[in-house]
Design a binder for this molecule. Structure first.
Ligand SMILES: [Mg+2]
Length: 209
């Protein structure tokens, strides 16, 4: 079946910022010496939150992180964090514009399906100059991958077989969409994942497909 809708993950698929630098800058003045340990834990903690919650919420996330890390997280800290991420310079992944231009020229519908806050992600997409390519932008305040609702919202009336997803997460962008009948490809530019996955190293490889 012809693919009509392309669903993109955002972080490390379209745009990448230096998450470590940004987060250390936020957390160090607040948590001091605890920051180093937090920086090791924060990725897995967010993954755990995303598996066990339907959406991001400042209050719920700060309570969760407080409980899990033992650090005095507050909703204000979460808000500052989201603001800071959107204020930092992003690097656009190679081939993004080329791919989006190509898909638009073929009249495809383009969607962003990201787990992080819209208050970070929308300004980042605008700053990068790629916001207008997308017909639909779904962010973590409404639904989280890998929960079914995220993919159902991204499909939004299309036949799942007409949809195609690309992203860098084996579970959220590759495995889970397949459970809902959406063909997917893993963006693995550093070739770190197993050969058993359908992978691309460059986004422009999708133009040839
Ligand atoms: Mg990602």
């Amino acid at each position: 079946m012809e693919k009509k809708r392309f669903i993109f993950d955002l972080d490390r698929t379209l745009l990448t910022c230096d998450y470590n630098i940004v987060e250390t800058r936020i957390f160090e003045p607040i948590f001091g010496d605890e920051t180093e340990k937090l920086m090791k834990d924060i990725g897995p903690l967010l993954d755990y939150y995303e598996m066990t919650h339907s959406h991001y919420d400042d209050e719920v996330l700060s309570e969760f992180l407080k409980e899990q890390s033992g650090l005095p997280f507050t909703p204000e800290i979460i808000r500052g964090w989201a603001r800071e991420i959107s204020s930092d310079a992003d690097t656009m992944e190679d081939g993004v514009i080329e791919l989006l231009e190509h898909l638009k020229s073929k009249d495809k519908s383009l969607v962003v399906l990201t787990n992080w806050y819209g208050k970070s992600q929308i300004p980042r997409l605008k700053e990068a100059g790629i916001y207008d390519y997308f017909d639909l932008i779904l962010t973590g305040e409404d639904q989280l991958k890998p929960h079914p609702r995220a993919y159902l919202r991204a499909i939004d009336g299309y036949d799942p077989r007409e949809c195609f997803m690309v992203g860098d997460s084996v579970i959220k962008d590759y495995g889970a969409p397949r459970l809902h009948g959406i063909e997917s490809v893993l963006y693995d530019k550093d070739d770190v994942h197993d050969k058993k996955y359908v992978k691309i190293k460059k986004l422009t490889e999708l133009i040839k497909k």
